[in-house]
Design a protein around this ligand. Sequence first.
Ligand code: KG4
Ligand code: ZN
Length: 339
Amino acid sequence: MKDKIITLGIESSCDETAAAVVLDGRKLLSNIISTQIPIHQKYGGVVPEIASRKHITAIMPVIDEALNEANVKLEDIDEIAVTYGPGLQGALLVGLSAAKALAFATDKPLIGVNHLEGHIFANFLSESSLEPPFVSLVVSGGHTSLVEVEGYNKFSLMGETRDDAAGEAFDKVARVMGLPYPGGPEIDKLAKNGNPMAIDFPKALRNNGDYDFSFSGLKSAVLNYLNQKKLKKEDVNKADVAASFQEAVVEILTEKAMRAMERRRMNTLVLAGGVAANSALGERLKTEAKKRNYRYISPTVALCTDNAAMIACRGYYQARDGRYSDLYLNAEPGLSLVY
Ligand code: KG4
Ligand code: ZN
């Protein structure tokens, strides 16, 4: 095996066009992200057709920039890792087509990567000493899961949301409160000035003993609260609503993550996905982990939300396990984290 392996990562599953170059799976040489957030903001959420079109114009310049910044040429790349799901079909196809074309033209191996596994692997870039086994709490815009990571290529799903994902709940609640897309960071900011104990919002599936989540009831409870206030013509303290809603999410995620750690007798807890950027969630997990003497790891903010570095890192480990893809690889919008 070659001693230095350079992986090009490509990501286009939602509203970020991204490319990155990673050395030996763990060393970040470049991480370029072209975000479409300002474009989708005026619609209050991601418009799939617009996302695909913007990916098409951004993808090649973003890949060129990633290579330039890493100071490598296309010929120096050993393998190409690309997200093939889950995500928006049209958006995924753009990154996938670019990756397949490059792999074909340069005769380099192609590695199809599961975006959710990528989020977990962002932690290997943030924390050089991290090794499996560990429990990972994956909280993104589309998914909320607890995953047991037994090895670099061995995962098992412990539980997941039965309805809305945590990030989706943040975005929907923010939207009805008139906050811009994406709502997660806005609620996070607003909650800093609010009282998390002001309103007792429901914490679903708290005592059912498993690792599943449900956030749609919580979302409805916030909507009902706001509607009631409006009907009664009463003032709403938005900061209190944001803080109390966030508290319900943080509480349930922390409780179930700690339960998973205890029952699986794990020592390391790893946070992943866009909602990992939430300051209250990070603080609570850190505090509760410390109380129990667990090691707690979360990605740097730039690696929490969608990026291609995490895809390159995941692809690197997948390739060492011999799991390459052929050029017939297709987008799988509904790909899950089930093994
Ligand atoms: O992982 P990600 O970038 O995309 C998906 O794979 O879904 O996650 C995006 C989600 C959005 O729902 C966004 O509102 C949420 O992550 N998010 C946050 C924060 N930053 C991003 N949620 C809560 N607090 C934040 N600071
Ligand atoms: Zn993501």
